[in-house]
Design a protein around this ligand. Structure first.
Ligand code: SF4
Length: 411
């Protein structure tokens, strides 16, 4: 082990984080207390029509966020086998298997916040833009609770106008059955207002992430996975907008002072693929010790929805949610990553090949080789998983990262 890896390092906290914890705490408290107050609950996939659900007055719960909490708290590895025993393969999405395992065992990280756990759904609404697993996941609960499961079936690849039209129509077709569950009629002005807030949130989140284009970067990918909470579960609310204004101010201050997130930043890395939730702290520490900053990632960028437009609610939702990286063509992905390399002055890229999420593992069809040829930048592939730590080898990963950074030092 080199001396660099023995160095003791501390992650630099953001002053704003206290406010973020309060905002997230309020969201989870309202979410779990909502049913007692007569509020209906809708479960929504991460890139589902959350704005529409909010406009209809639903409590909106995002099970993928719960999946990430199960991963980060390392509860997932023990819970996944319970879902496997019920017929969900160990090879499918480990957010799905850990969440269903959590339901079967009645254990959730929300209980550590003295909350009862995820609220039961009155309706589940998916969008297959990211994968088919979300639909199967939601259908399990729909059968379990005998509640409706509605959804949007999105095309994969580059969007054409007729495709956008089709997805917009599918989204509009959700309105009537959702009104029935909600017991209220959709107020289109309310929807426009929420889309406007969502767009404001998106643009602020983009500013947060783009601050890392500065050298030294004031924020890392690992900070981003924490700071993205409000963008994930509170888009379309004033709370999220207010929070990111605060964080952007703090980042501007860090940039003005050349305050580095990683002391003595030597190298700048791009993270491609899902986070390894249960190992974020360890990975963050290792990269800091190597004076290497993971400055950008596709994962955190996936909550930037610039196409949202209050003037054209349904079509703009279709365009925004159909343009996310995960459902684009490989040609687009290659060009996009090249652009990110230039914007963030990237020295190398780490691909996470997540065993249970082929949808978000972009190293399986020669993309790393093509991109390396195009840019001349080296890459490393890490084998692991988002939640199932049985699929991750700590020692091998540590050694590979160390060797990769040494390789960067030699280039
Ligand atoms: S994209 Fe991957 S991690 Fe997300 S729900 Fe689908 S399979 Fe799971």
């Amino acid at each position: 082990m080199s001396t660099a890896t023995e160095k003791k390092v501390e992650r630099k906290e953001f002053q704003s984080t206290g406010k973020m914890k309060a905002v997230m705490g309020k969201y989870f408290t309202e979410l779990t207390q909502g049913p007692e107050q007569g509020k209906k609950t809708a479960w929504c996939t991460s890139v589902g029509p959350a704005e529409l659900l909010r406009a209809l007055g639903f409590n909106v719960f995002f099970p993928e966020n719960h999946g990430a909490m199960l991963g980060a708290s390392r509860m997932a590895t023990d819970l996944i086998p319970l879902a496997n025993a019920k017929g969900f393969s160990p090879d499918i999405c480990s957010y799905l298997t850990s969440d269903i395992g959590s339901y079967l065992k009645g254990e959730s990280p929300l209980q550590k916040m003295k909350l009862p756990g995820p609220p039961k759904a009155d309706v589940l609404v998916f969008n297959t833009n990211q994968c088919r697993d979300v639909k199967d996941w939601f259908q399990f609960y729909a059968r379990e609770w005998d509640v409706p499961c509605l959804g949007i079936h999105s095309p994969v690849g580059e969007l054409s106008e007729p495709m956008i039209e089709d997805v917009a129509k599918q989204t509009e077709a959700l309105v009537e059955p959702l009104e029935e569950v909600a017991g209220v009629k959709l107020d289109i002005d309310k929807l426009r207002e929420i889309i406007d807030l969502s767009r404001q949130c998106t643009m602020l989140w983009k500013q947060v992430l783009e601050s890392a284009a500065h050298r030294p970067a004031p924020i890392t990918f690992f900070d981003g996975t924490i700071q993205m909470g409000p963008a994930v579960v509170l888009r379309g609310t004033q709370d999220a907008v207010d929070y990111y204004k605060l964080l952007v101010d703090e980042l501007n201050q860090r940039v003005a002072n050349d305050e580095a997130a990683v002391e003595g930043e030597r190298f700048r890395i791009y993270w491609e693929g899902m986070p390894i939730w249960g190992k974020l702290r360890d990975l963050s520490t290792q990269f800091m010790q190597l004076q290497t900053c993971v400055v950008a990632s596709t994962y955190c960028n996936s909550w930037i929805f610039e196409d949202l437009d209050p003037a054209d609610p349904f079509r703009s939702m279709a365009r925004a949610y159909g343009s996310i990286f995960i459902c684009r063509s490989d040609d687009f992905k290659e060009l996009y990553l090249q652009e990110m390399f230039e914007k963030f002055q990237i020295d190398g890229i780490v691909y996470h090949d997540a065993k249970t999420c082929p949808n978000n593992s972009n190293c399986r069809y020669q993309l790393p080789q093509r991109l390396a040829e195009r840019t001349g930048k080296p890459y490393l592939i890490i084998n692991g998983d988002l939640n199932d730590l049985r699929l991750y080898s700590e020692e091998q990963t540590r050694t590979n990262i160390e060797a990769f950074v040494e390789q960067l030092a030699g280039t």
